[in-house]
Design a protein around this ligand. Structure first.
Ligand code: HEC
Length: 129
């Protein structure tokens, strides 16, 4: 009984959190990803590995919330958002791996892949057309 109660409680908190994620949170995370992307570019150009690695952490953290998409309010599906989120994280790891081994071109091409993911979702936002 105690276990069930705990389970219900955890589920309740999870559901509450998912619902509590609103447009204000989304904009905050979007801005955080934008600043991480700028920082990544800067770090590549200034040859500052730490700057890039810190920004990758920040990018991945904010990218994890992309999939919390209440599709009733949005122009894209949760399924699509989930895939985008995981692609962004995958390419962010690519930036990290390349930068760690001193491959700036490799880091830059993964950076472009992330940017392409951002743009493909933004292209779906009807009010932005
Ligand atoms: C799955 C969809 C999706 C993906 C992927 C996505 N965005 Fe967004 N983005 C949105 C939505 C939705 C908005 C809000 C549009 C609105 O309502 O004005 C937004 C808005 C923004 C804004 C404007 C914020 C503001 O202050 O108005 C920035 C900057 C931004 N995104 C950056 C990024 C970056 C950088 C990435 C990639 C790393 C990214 N986005 C990936 C859906 C996405």
């Amino acid at each position: 009984m105690k276990k069930i109660m705990m389970g219900l409680l955890t589920f309740g908190i999870f559901t509450f959190n998912a619902q509590a994620y609103d447009q204000t949170d989304r904009i905050k995370d979007m801005q955080s990803m934008e600043s991480a992307m700028s920082q990544i570019q800067k770090g590549i150009l200034y040859n500052n590995k730490d700057m890039v690695l810190q920004a990758v952490v920040k990018l991945k953290k904010a990218a994890s919330t992309i999939e919390v998409a209440p599709n009733s309010e949005l122009d894209y599906s949760t399924f699509f958002a989930k895939r985008q989120s995981s692609n962004i994280k995958k390419y962010a790891d690519g930036i990290k791996k390349n930068m760690e081994s001193g491959h700036k071109h490799g880091a830059a091409s993964n950076y472009t892949r992330v940017l392409d993911e951002c743009i493909s979702c933004h292209n779906k936002i009807r009010k932005w057309n």
